[in-house]
Design a protein around this ligand. Structure first.
Ligand SMILES: Cc1cc2nc3c(=O)[nH]c(=O)nc-3n(C[C@H](O)[C@H](O)[C@H](O)COP(=O)(O)O)c2cc1C
Length: 267
């Protein structure tokens, strides 16, 4: 099958899904590449469209074993026309549960044809100096594997026959894991070293932080992605002691054993 161009799309508050997507793109060795970053609220106002002579690569983080709700809402707006699609989830070394299955299901509902799937590992959003979890992943080895995956997909595309109803066998269950209610939690501490530079507000994917008053945030809207904590150039933002910190501590003790990327292809 002749692929005219590649669309690399992601939602990636802390950048690990973006890094994996980029490495897959390098492995594909197709010149015409468009990057679609749906992390920021305004970028999710535009619905992604792709046709049958384009290859789409979608990389999404795993939140509570599922896709992040805001990313899922955006995915439900995309419009594909028998578009060969690669589904990728990136998770923080705990588990990806039903997220990859959910992503593949949405792709099929939106008119895409899954050609390959993968799960990669990224530093956990809740990882910090006192609760390290999968620190600095994806590392060079992960990125090499992502590139090799892209290369393999390119090989598959040469003999790919568009076939409606195609399914790549991936782990996961339907109905998917139920999501908790996610009651608002005040978990971010802002110290006096904050300079009000506004970087935290500019990286927030749901615009829950006001640039002028970055020490407060809209807790009900916050998706707990921790992008603001990781992006702060002064390290003024951190996780408070409390329920979220308890989760981070638990993950830190339970998820130390290194997991490796996995890839899936049509049966
Ligand atoms: C609210 C929330 C829930 C998460 N749930 C999971 C999970 O169920 N399993 C897991 O291994 N990692 C989980 N993570 C970690 C992210 O999947 C991981 O850090 C990922 O690399 C973040 O992607 P990004 O850098 O593209 O934002 C969660 C992160 C957040 C913010």
């Amino acid at each position: 099958m002749n692929i005219r161009s590649v669309k690399l799309a992601c939602f990636s508050p802390t950048g690990t899904s973006r890094a994996i997507n980029q490495a897959i793109g390098e492995g594909l060795e197709i010149d015409n590449v468009e990057v679609i970053d749906a992390t920021q609220l305004n970028s999710r106002q535009t619905a992604l469209q792709a046709s049958n002579d384009e290859l789409l690569v979608l990389a999404m983080p795993v939140y509570s074993g599922r896709l992040p709700v805001v990313a899922e809402k955006w995915l439900q707006t995309i419009s594909l026309k028998d578009t060969p699609t690669v589904c990728v989830v990136v998770y923080g070394n705990r588990e990806y549960d039903d997220a990859l299955l959910e992503l593949q299901d949405i792709v099929k509902q939106r008119g895409g044809l899954p050609v390959a799937c993968a799960a990669f590992i990224g530093e956990h959003s809740f990882s910090a100096d006192n609760t390290p979890i999968a620190v600095a992943r994806p590392d060079a080895n992960d990125l090499q594997q992502a590139k090799a995956f892209g290369h393999k997909v390119q090989g598959i595309m040469e003999s790919f026959l568009p076939e409606v109803g195609i399914e790549v066998p991936v782990p996961g269950n339907r109905p998917y894991k139920e999501l908790g209610k996610g009651a608002p939690v005040d978990f971010i501490d802002v110290s006096e070293v904050c300079t009000r530079c506004g970087i935290c507000a500019s990286v927030c994917p749901v615009e829950a932080i006001n640039k002028k008053t970055p020490s407060t945030y809209d807790m009900a809207n916050c998706i707990r992605c921790c992008a603001c904590i990781k992006a702060c150039p002064e390290q003024a933002r951190s996780m408070k002691e409390g329920v979220m910190m308890d989760v981070a501590k638990r993950l830190n003790s339970m998820c130390q054993e290194r997991k490796e990327p996995v890839t899936f292809f049509p049966a």
